[in-house]
Ligand binder design. Sequence first.
Ligand code: GLC
Length: 559
Amino acid sequence: MSQHTVDQSQIAGPGTANRPEWWRDAVIYQVYPRSFADANGDGLGDLQGIRARLPHLKDLGVDAVWLSPFYESPQADAGYDVADYRAVDPMFGDLLDADALIRDAHALGLRVIVDIVPNHVSDEHSWFRRALREGPGSPLRRRFHFRSGKGEAGELPPNDWESIFGGPAWTRVADGAWYLHLFAPEQPDLNWEHPAVDDEFRSILRFWLDMGVDGFRVDVAHGLVKAAGLPDIGAGDQLKLLGNDTMPFFDQDGVHEIYRGWRKVLEEYGDDRVLVAEAWTPTVERTALYVRPDELHQAFNFHYLGAYWDAEELRDVIDSSLDAMRPVGAPTTWVLSNHDVTRHTTRFANPPGLGTQIGTAGDVELGLRRARAATLLMLALPGSAYLWQGEELGLPDVVSLPDEVRQDPSFHRAHGQDGFRDGCRVPIPWTVSGPSYGFGSRGSWLPQPADWGRLSVEAQSGKPDSTLELYRMALTVRRQHPALGAGTSVEWLAAPAGVLAFRRIAEDGRRFVCTSNTTQEPVRISVYGQMLLASATAGIQVTESHVVLPGDSTVWWTG
Ligand code: GLC
């Protein structure tokens, strides 16, 4: 028998209720439309493809789907450059497909969250095209950050800000004016001081709420307001400061007023719609400001994502995250991977200190072992958890992509030294063989590795030791055991160095313990009850008095 089989009798519980604050402990699965499933055989995923694969998400046991942007877009940044927020890009389908997808998901009991991109638009957005056409001083230009340049002939950018994707954050247009873009030049930043911008986004929220969506993931939520006067930074390597220091274009206090307005819009639709912030801030305390009771409901916990597979580091970030959220009453969130970072299998296959975007495979087996253990740890914590498509298959990053197929604009702007985001965006393998392993009927927009079939949903389904079955079992247990995902704190238990052990006691008195060994060596620990689930497929020894926990593994206990 597999070591991680679930004993259902130990976990029978009430199941997930359809309650208003469903998001507090929800497991939310991120779908990247261009890489999930391709129904029309053009090599790019689409909404019909996602619809056809919704049963996979239902079987997996997640509560909600978050869809990365599928709006009309020239795709300069894979859809995070939106030309029309109320239209679906033809490469993904149309509004009828979006409607059908939302209805199908709801029929399966899955909530739907869509992405909203308020910091910038595409340079093909009608506002920006008109702003260029109407020239300096025109009303449309005031919806963006247009400035004169420095230098004798205005030939230098208005300030020293650098784009997150590399190079200056300013581009000069034909009439000599410069406009600000924190990301690619094709993504001009909006001026949130302008009332038309605020009105427009509240109207866009209503458009999608009327379509039936359950919430929004707010892209670059920390970027909308810029410090008055757009002051120089004056520091050397600005990219190194991101997320660690206060920058004049990120995490400005003024941004919170915007979200108070958005919260009111959501509340017009009842109390079960949710806003989740993508906010990279210097501290968890600053992140907590975004989820005060009258603002957004959740924020991604990038401090957790940035932690390595290391007991001390993890315990610190778990404690500080829970402590920071408790006073504002928001649930803590947990996330290990998304479309902007190297998959955690590959991060943990490499030594610590390389950051969240790395281009080397490392020790693949070690990475997978740790990733499975890290997932069980994450899913045991109080709060909501976000999964990135394909992590349930244990997919590694594809580090071997040739430069010419890479599409991440940051790769090209950073001259290949950074911008490894394509590696986690390679289309999902669904079947053992066939064109693009079931992703579509013809190829895929990024080449899949030759051994991708063995990692497919088909290959792993029904195999007790597979990563897919581990996720399915973990999510079954989580839905049924009232101690998982609930509450706002954990009780740490004494454990050997490198081991994390915490207990949670559910309101009905049922107990749950999670033990994670982050060292590579087996360790002896006390017995905490009956084993529910283990990330390791071999090596666990349980006696009356003690347990041997294999290196890089997590075990769940109950009783
Ligand atoms: C967010 C998105 C990322 C995108 C950037 C610009 O960070 O997650 O993919 O490139 O915003 O929109």
